[in-house]
Design a protein. Structure first.
Length: 190
């Protein structure tokens, strides 16, 4: 991936004025607009995790789901399944949060998003310095917690947390604990 242009316009600009269909997740990867329906397992993980995180955040940050985030590239526009903003984070002139406002991102991988979540988002989130990136994998029943991002697009530390164990998100000056015993495995859904 080439170096990021910090003055690049938002990738989301191509969608200004466009009415998007409901029920689809929209993201931009390598300049391509990708629309996919949310898988049942993804939705259920978000429903389980979001209230737990929100309750523990109180006034120290906020949680977002499927909200457009501005990244320092006109080729990438992601709306993470769950994103935790830093305390005091402010929106930019477009009304959106930027990458440097994020303390943690949780993506729930599906069959159609594996390449993005495990490779492209992994690289971009690390390059942008997002401190904690979690890939929740309902197929494998595991959460991969990535910490200590590098500007070269990798994370120096990875911990795997199986569904059923507590997922601990180490944020600046605090920890958030998410119970994963309610996370559905993809094979368990009808």
């Amino acid at each position: 991936m080439a170096a990021m242009d910090m003055d690049a316009p938002s990738a989301w600009g191509v969608l200004d004025g466009v009415t998007l269909p409901r029920g689809y997740r929209v993201e931009i990867t390598e300049g391509k607009i990708i629309m996919t329906p949310r898988a049942e397992a993804q939705w259920k993980v978000v429903l389980e995790a979001a209230p737990q995180i929100r309750q523990q955040l109180a006034a120290h940050g906020d949680i977002l789901s499927d909200v457009m985030i501005d990244f320092p590239s006109s080729q990438y526009g992601y709306a993470p399944d769950l994103a935790i903003t830093a305390p005091g984070a402010e929106r930019n002139s477009r009304g959106r949060f930027e990458w440097h406002s994020l303390e943690a991102v949780l993506e729930v991988v599906s069959k159609s998003s594996r390449d993005n979540d495990f490779a492209k988002k992994f690289r971009l989130y690390a390059e942008c310095g997002i401190p904690v990136y979690v890939v929740v994998d309902p197929e494998a029943g595991v959460c991969a917690v990535h910490r200590r991002p590098t500007r070269t697009g990798t994370y120096e530390e990875e911990t795997e947390v199986p569904f059923g164990a507590d997922l601990v998100l180490p944020l600046a000056g605090r920890e958030i604990t998410v119970r994963t015993d309610g996370f559905p495995k993809a094979g368990d859904l009808g």
